[in-house]
Design a protein around this ligand. Structure first.
Ligand code: TRP
Length: 456
């Protein structure tokens, strides 16, 4: 497509909303709280905040710059800007493989959310005895076919939207659901903090226990930060290519990073107090929110059954939608690649991706039940997929993006992009700092953190 014809985002708010739409998803609501619980509470949160601002933000800026400069899709962006260097052409392929892998297990969690949505619609969560809520998650995921069916249903809905190509519709939809989710998370936060026994959860998030801080904390905090900001697989490069040449990319990137961070922390404060009030182990793993949130609704249901029923429906509905919009962007990467490279029709590409992600996801889903004994390097298949993607592949690809901007692109070009051709005085002034972060701090930090994965 000729450069002039490529679509552009409207204004600054539109850019932030679109990027935040991709960023805010299960990563914030489901993954962040259980990562905090598994890796030491407040100490993890602090490392996470620092990593996001010092390392992920420069990587984010790099990806936006690669996209805006090259004005093309993620795979061709590296090729075009490096004048078709074979290494960078090959690197582009990672941007296709990673999202397909993530979509496989992401849709398993999407399936769990769907199950909880159905349970809420039957007013089961609000009518439950609070003492029994922690058991429902385990009883559900260890079944073989029920979670698999939900996973496939979630994936089918996602792929269905991708096949229809109704991008505009779903994007408008997510603009409404994100603010709703925001409000609901605050409602749950307030209620959850008021539960008896919740204070321990609040202090768990506020009082760091530095003895919990290990090299692993850094590795997982970095991985979580990349996952949550949709870094390291071309999503932000692609969005960057739609950003107007005059736009101030520092404010849009920082705006996205800060809202994503804020959302994760709100989710942490909504979930952790409930975890402690319900007497659940914070390190319970991927099921954490699915064990603790029903307790909140069951408790609320003892006084206000109707309100609790309605809030639970809205809550899981918005989670399903937030998960779907993120999953759509993951599946779309593979679909557009297949269409452009092999000339396959959109429908065929969708069927193929449904097959690949569905098949891999079934294995991940069964790894909570019948396949739970099957372990590779001490991890179940689900944990292995998640670990390989977040702690290895996203970091590799993110590292390649900052190295590309810091070491391959001429400084003049980066300055031009960062300041939108000297349009913003503040950007001009802080460019040396950003350049230093991109050239030295971010790559060296990501490399060291990446290596700690192997020397633990
Ligand atoms: N960031 C999303 C979340 O937090 C997930 C996601 C969407 C993602 N696109 C991505 C993660 C690209 C990594 C790369 O739920």
């Amino acid at each position: 497509m000729a450069a002039e014809q490529r679509e552009k985002f409207g204004g600054r708010l539109a850019v932030i909303l679109a990027m935040a739409g991709s960023a805010i998803g299960l990563g914030n609501i489901w993954r962040f709280p259980y990562m905090v619980g598994e890796h030491g509470g407040a100490a993890f949160v602090i490392v996470y905040i620092i990593a996001t601002l010092l390392i992920s933000l420069p990587v984010f800026l790099s990806e936006v710059m690669i996209g805006r400069r090259s004005h093309t899709n993620a795979r061709d962006a590296f090729a075009r800007l490096s004048r078709h260097h074979p290494f960078w052409k090959a690197a582009g392929y990672l941007t296709i493989i990673i999202p397909t892998l993530i979509a496989s297990y992401y849709s398993v969690i999407g399936g769990w959310s769907l199950e909880y949505l159905f349970q809420s619609c039957a007013f089961r969560l609000s009518a439950m005895d609070p003492a029994e809520t922690s058991g429902i998650f385990g009883a559900f995921v260890t079944k073989s076919w029920a979670p698999v069916a939900m996973h496939l249903l979630f994936l089918l809905l996602t792929v269905g939207v991708v096949a229809g190509g109704v991008k505009a519709g779903i994007e408008k939809f997510s603009k409404i659901t994100l603010p709703v989710l925001f409000v609901l998370i605050v409602v749950i936060l307030v209620y959850s903090v008021s539960l008896p026994g919740s204070a321990a959860g609040v202090s768990y998030l506020l009082k760091p226990d530095w003895s919990e801080l290990t090299p692993r904390t850094f590795a997982y905090a970095m991985g979580q930060s990349f996952f949550s900001l949709s870094l390291g697989m071309g999503a932000i490069i692609t969005y960057g290519s739609y950003v107007n040449k005059k736009e101030n990319i520092l404010s849009t990137s920082a705006g996205t990073a800060v809202s994503d961070l804020l959302f994760a922390i709100l989710a942490g404060f909504a979930i952790m107090p409930a975890v402690f009030a319900a007497g659940i182990e914070p390190g319970a793993g991927p099921g954490l929110i699915f064990q603790s949130i029903p307790y909140v609704f069951a408790k609320m249901g003892t006084d206000l059954p109707v309100v609790s029923g309605i809030v639970s429906i809205l809550f899981f509905l918005t989670i399903v939608v937030a998960a779907m919009t993120s999953c759509i962007s993951l599946v779309e990467v593979g679909v557009s690649f297949l269409m452009e490279r092999t000339g396959m029709s959109r429908g065929k590409a969708c069927v193929l991706l449904f097959g690949i992600c569905g098949g891999l996801g079934v294995l991940c889903s069964l790894s909570f039940g019948p396949l739970s004994g099957f372990k590779v390097a001490g991890m179940t298949l689900f944990d292995l997929f998640d670990w390989v993607c977040s702690n290895i592949l996203l970091l590799v690809m993110g590292l390649l993006a900052v190295v590309f901007v810091g070491w391959i692109l001429p400084r003049r070009v980066v300055h031009d992009e960062f300041t939108s051709r000297n349009r913003y005085a503040f950007n001009n002034r802080i460019f040396p700092v950003v350049w230093f972060l991109i050239k030295w701090i971010a790559p060296v930090a990501v490399l060291i953190i990446f290596l700690t994965n192997f020397i633990l």
